[in-house]
Design a binder for this molecule. Structure first.
Ligand code: 4AD
Ligand code: MG
Length: 431
């Protein structure tokens, strides 16, 4: 039986006879020679087939982009080849043919989106997906090492948490009050009384009618919740988590970041330097002084303001103490300024904006009920949640990190849509 090695292993080996398999990434031919750049999940390599060697030349001559092949041949160093080596092919097998591959060099965004299932094979998407895999692993590793239990909340939920306007309702056997999860939070808080420190990575859904480069309707949400914590602990876990993720990607994925054209010097400060901390009120002052943007106190920061603010620093900003009215009902009032809450947004540099949202949770049950009423919600529907404040309540808090927002920032992608294999947006749910 032939033993196949990866293209990367073949390149590392550098000489001798090897068998490799993969897909035709590029091809060109003449009367006597066929050059094939073969791709597998690890690398690409130039392969050459000579007409003299193969009497069945017609089959080789017809080989097109994305045919799958198994090749055996002799490696030799060749500085002209993209990855430094060439395989002189001695035998081959066409495993799957390919005819007129629909993705060629010049493609509109729209047609690439229609052919997303094929576009995944591009070097750009492959690199993103490798980084994505490492990001998920790094999140897991960070929380497990810090003593958090992995915990799972339901996706079908009966209450809102982040505002009712962007809920997806589901026809649940004719029942109308069932929604897809926006966050695990209201089902995570009850579990800290059992496990104390918990985390998850799970899909969240937002029916946001915004066609922006940072909104998906389905995204992956890494969330944590912990008992006995102070507001500062939430911020410090968020900072350490982001440093851990970025370091893991830099350690492992310099080649992929290069394929994506990412300037990695822009990411290094995040690993090395402390994050910038400021309150919402200080942020308004900076925006006024340095960006000539005058925002009345009490208004939420918009995308444009987050962009301008984050362009001023080379590390993420932890912005805290937003006005109560722009944040969710569960955030605790700041004892020193009850107009504000102990909530924090982490804003990524280079204009990327919010990647984490978190807070210390309100413990006063009457205040929670009041805030729910102000949001036109019925407190009795939240009775299960309010039990967390009735039986042995403790100071606690948590945050949620938008995984695709973090991937977009790390990879330097124009749009969040390229941070997930099959993006779901207001306009697109196919293929
Ligand atoms: O700020 P958000 O709405 O906070 C919560 O859901 C909290 N319950 C989390 C918690 O404390 N457990 O969302 C958290 C993060 C945002 O900072 C953002 O990174 C991401 O989720 N996010 C989105 N990512 C992609 N597309 C969207 N439409 C997103 N909406 C939020
Ligand atoms: Mg938020």
């Amino acid at each position: 039986m032939t033993e196949y090695i990866s293209i990367q292993d073949a390149l590392t080996k550098g000489t001798g006879k090897v068998s490799i398999r993969g897909w035709v990434h590029r091809e060109r031919g003449s009367a006597k020679l066929k050059f094939i750049v073969l791709r597998d999940s690890t690398q690409i390599i130039q392969c050459v087939l000579k007409r003299d060697t193969f009497p069945e030349w017609e089959e080789i001559d017809k080989l097109q982009v994305e045919s799958s092949l198994q090749l055996t041949g002799e490696l030799k160093k060749d500085d002209r080849a993209t990855t430094g080596y060439e395989l002189l092919v001695e035998s081959y097998e066409v495993v799957g043919t390919s005819d007129k591959y629909p993705i060629t060099k010049d493609q509109s965004k729209e047609s690439l989106a229609d052919k997303r299932h094929l576009y995944l094979r591009s070097r750009k998407m492959t690199s993103m997906m490798k980084i994505r895999s490492t990001v998920f692993g790094a999140i897991d590793e960070y929380f497990k090492t810090a003593g958090f239990y992995e915990y799972h909340s339901p996706i079908f939920q009966s209450v809102q948490c982040e505002g009712g306007s962007d809920l997806f309702s589901v026809d649940y056997f004719g029942k109308k009050d069932v929604f897809l999860a926006q966050t695990w939070q209201l089902y995570a808080e009850p579990a800290i009384f059992a496990l104390e420190k918990i985390y998850t990575i799970s899909p969240s859904f937002r029916a946001e009618k915004s066609k922006t480069s940072r909104h998906l309707t389905e995204y992956w949400h890494a969330e944590m919740e912990m008992a006995w914590c102070k507001f500062e602990d939430i911020q410090s876990h968020g900072e350490k988590l982001l440093k851990h993720i970025v370091k893991a990607v830099l350690d492992k994925h310099k080649p992929e970041l290069e394929i994506l054209g990412r300037d990695i010097t822009k990411l290094e400060p995040t690993v090395k330097k402390p994050f910038v901390r400021m309150t919402y009120t200080e942020a308004l002052k900076i925006l006024k002084e340095k960006c000539d943007m005058d925002i009345p106190w009490g208004k939420d920061l918009r995308t444009i303001e987050e962009e301008k603010l984050t362009e001023l620093y080379d590390v993420p900003i932890i912005c805290t103490h937003y006005p109560k009215q722009v944040k969710a009902f569960y955030m605790t009032e700041d004892p020193e300024d009850p107009r504000t809450v102990q909530g924090c947004d982490f804003l990524a540099p280079e204009g990327h904006g919010e990647i984490i949202g978190g807070s210390q949770r309100e413990h006063d049950i009457e205040k929670i009920k009041q805030r729910l009423i102000e949001d036109d919600e019925k407190p009795e529907e939240y009775d299960f949640y309010l039990d967390t404040r009735r039986y042995g309540s403790v100071p606690h808090g948590g945050f949620g990190l938008g995984v695709e927002r973090v991937i977009r920032w790390i990879c330097g992608l124009d749009t969040i849509k390229d941070a997930i294999p099959f993006p779901r947006t207001m306009e697109r749910y196919k293929p």
